[in-house]
Design a protein around this ligand. Structure first.
Ligand code: ATP
Ligand code: MG
Length: 272
């Protein structure tokens, strides 16, 4: 509703993993560089962790967009699956929709697929988002999958992406074999104050290069303080600020407006 008023062609602070809006903080850039390297070097197990809303899913979507034809990918977004369901989903993503149901047949099929891809010079990569929700059984299966290899390199690479709760699962005695196989571990953290300012400016610019809105310096500091630099919370708060400002007929976001808006956000009202 406020887009016309501020001169945006779309809302600047949607909470969807839209890669056009990816702001590359040094940390986000570092994570992408590291994962790119890991994939290129055919590392078997890779891990990306970060608190809720720090940009894990968005980053891996950006990564997926840039991987060309040399990588076969399977992206699992909801891993609350049994071992059998998980391997079936992976095979389906790789274009192998098997009617046969046995676990062994599914593994054999995957094995064949990754061998063939390897022979043709392509990596095969399975990305599991929300990996903290994997059952221990499914997590253990990912280790078995990473055993698909030739004498010289891994045939299947696994990237686990999840919230810090994933550490709890990986730290158990039964997961020590998997733990030892992790060759790349990168972490996303919230933005600092300067990055928060750049982030807000970047998204505003994207949504309307000629838009007419100003966030006062003290307002940005307040947004940082309230959100602790977590991008999803910054988005929610900025969106509330824009609505409140529009309703007042003002194009300047002030510190007190941020506080007013914050008290309307679910982050505040529900957490109370
Ligand atoms: N670097 C970034 N640039 C632009 N937007 C970002 C960035 N990081 C996060 N966001 C925004 O924050 C929101 C949350 O990001 P994302 O879904 O990637 O978080 P997540 O780490 O996967 O969270 P969760 O643990 O809840 O799954 C998205 O709307 C996204 O647009
Ligand atoms: Mg996510």
């Amino acid at each position: 509703m406020y887009c016309e008023f501020f001169g945006f062609h779309e809302k600047p602070f949607n909470v969807t993993p839209d890669t056009r809006y990816l702001y590359l903080s040094p940390l986000h850039q570092g994570v992408l560089d590291t994962l790119r390297y890991g994939i290129h070097e055919r590392k078997g197990f890779m891990l990306l962790t970060g608190e809720v809303g720090t940009g894990k899913t968005l980053s891996l979507r950006a990564l997926l967009n840039e991987l060309g034809d040399t990588v076969e990918t399977s992206l699992i977004l909801n891993p609350q699956l049994s071992r059998l369901e998980l391997i079936k989903t992976i095979n389906r993503d790789f274009g192998k929709d098997l009617k046969r149901n046995s676990f062994k047949e599914q593994i054999d099929c995957l094995n064949q697929f990754v061998l063939q891809s390897g022979n043709e010079g392509r990596n095969a990569l399975v990305i599991i988002d929300e990996a903290q929700n994997l059952s221990m059984e499914a997590l253990e299966m990912t280790r078995l999958l990473s055993n698909l290899e030739t004498e010289t390199h891994k045939l299947l690479q696994i990237l686990l992406v999840g919230q810090p709760e994933l550490y709890g699962k990986l730290a158990t005695q039964e997961m020590r074999q998997l733990r030892q196989r992790i060759q790349i571990h990168c972490q996303l953290r919230p933005l600092d104050l300067d990055q928060t300012e750049h982030y807000i400016t970047f998204r505003i610019q994207k949504a309307g290069p000629d838009s007419r809105v100003a966030f006062e310096k003290s307002a940005v500091a307040r947004i940082f303080h309230r959100s602790k630099g977590t991008p999803r919370l910054i988005n929610t708060l900025c969106d509330f600020c824009l609505v409140a400002s529009y309703l007042k007929g003002s194009r300047v976001i002030t510190r007190s407006l941020v506080d007013e808006a914050f008290h309307e956000t679910p982050e505040y009202t529900i957490a109370l």
